[in-house]
Ligand binder design. Sequence first.
Ligand code: UDP
Ligand code: MG
Length: 309
Amino acid sequence: MKLLSVIVPCYNEQENVKDFYEELFKNAAFFQEKDIAVELLYIDDGSRDKTADEVRKLHGQDERVHLLSFSRNFGKEAAIYAGLQKAKGDLVVLMDADLQDPPSLLPEMYGYIEEGYDSVATRRVTRKGEPVIRSFFARMFYRLMHRISKTEIVDGARDYRLMTRKVVDAVLAMTEYNRFTKGILGWVGYETKWLEYENVARNKGETKWSFWKLFRYSLEGIVAFSTLPLTVAAVMGAFFCALAFVMIIVIIVKTLIFGDPTSGWPSLVCIILLVSGVQLFCLGIVGQYLSKTYMEVKKRPIYLVKEDF
Ligand code: UDP
Ligand code: MG
C-alpha cells in the first residue's frame, strides 16, 4: 500500500477547509482502486480566523486529517517547506486550499507517475478572472526569468505538483531561507510531466496576494535564481569608465587644438546626475544580493510551530 501526503497551505481559509476535504475525497474510489492511503496535512500559516478550529473539527471525524500551525504568518513558501518535512508519504502533492488546484486531476497525474515520471506539474494556460495588469506583469516576469536564469521557470506554473519521495527529499535538501519553490523545483530537475488546464476561480474568500506582495516575491525569485543583475551592474560600470576615458581625450584635444575652454555647466549637471543615478542603481542591485545573503547567514528557522498533530 502506498501513502499519499496532501499538503495544503492555509492562510485565513476557514471557509475552504471543509470544502477542500470533501472535494479531495471525491476521489475515494480511485484511492481505493489504486490501494493508496491518504494523509491530509493542513499547514496553517498563522491564520487569524478559525482555520485551525475547522481542521481540528475534521481531525475529530477523520484521523487522516492533520494540522501543523505556525506561530505567525511565515508565508506560503515556509508552509510548503513545513509540509514537505511533515509528510511521510511515498508520494506527495501540493495543493492550494481554495480549490484552484482541482483534486479531480489527481487520477490523471497519478497515471504519469505510474508511467515512470518523477513528478507531475501543472500550469494554467489562461489567466481568466485575474486583473489585467497582474497578468501583464506576471508574463513580463516569466519572460525576464527565462532570459536571465539558467533554471527553468515555466510560465503559468502552479505549485500544484505530485512528486515522488526522491523529488521531495531533493527539495528538502535545499535548506535556503529565501525559498522560491517554483525555482527550486526547476533546479532539482528529474523527469517532469507538465499538465495544462484552464484557470479555475477561487472557491471562497479572497486572494492572499496583493500586487506588492507579488512584486516583492518576483524580486526574490530573480535574486534567488539569477546573478545576471550583478553582471549588468559591472558591465554598466565598465561602459561608463570607457565613456569617461573617451570624453577626457576629446576635451583635451578640443582645448589644445581649438583653444576652446570647456563651456556650460548644464551638460555637467546632466552627466553628474546620470552617473550618480547609475551608481546608486548598481549599489541597490548589490544591496539586494547582500540583504539576501544576510538573511541566509543568520540561519533563522524557516518557520516556528505552534501546534502539530
Ligand atoms: N497562503 C499561505 N500563506 C500566505 C498566503 C497564502 O499559506 O501568506 C496560501 C493560501 O491559503 C492558499 C494558497 O497559499 O491556499 C494560495 O493563495 P491564494 O489563493 O491567495 O493565491 P492566488 O491563487 O490568488 O495566487
Ligand atoms: Mg488561489
